[in-house]
Design a binder for this molecule. Structure first.
Ligand SMILES: [Mg+2]
Length: 117
């Protein structure tokens, strides 16, 4: 399923189940909230934090899906065709970074090895 189909599905859902879109500013705040939930998982899973006592477990996949949902809402509300925008950005990124990452010595070592040289 492409991004365009996802935007359409979200729009149908909002207009039926959701009644109407929250305002753009509200959805922007919700986007920040959901990104924060992803950060919380990363801080505990890959960072130095541990879960608080009795903290309910959070699923990364669910939280990433929450981020995507509200991002799709914002794209719909602002008239952005995310699929077209994504294609354009990937093309630009590919052209801009054609050699950049291959020539980056920091990427030659395994991911997560942050030992200073
Ligand atoms: Mg969430």
């Amino acid at each position: 399923m492409g991004l365009r189909a996802l935007q359409e599905e979200v729009d149908r859902w909002i207009r039926t189940v959701g009644v109407r879109y929250f305002s753009e500013m509200t959805n922007l705040a919700i986007l920040m909230e959901e990104v924060g939930e992803v950060a919380r998982i990363f801080a505990r899973r890959y960072g130095d934090q541990v879960p608080k006592q009795n903290e309910p477990p959070m699923e990364l996949a669910e939280e990433l899906a929450d981020v995507l949902f509200v991002l799709l809402c914002l794209a719909n509300q602002t008239g952005v065709d995310l699929e077209a925008a994504f294609r354009q950005k990937m093309a630009a990124r590919t052209q801009r970074d054609a050699r950049r990452h291959r020539e980056n010595p920091k990427l030659a070592r395994p991911s997560g090895d942050e030992t200073p040289e």
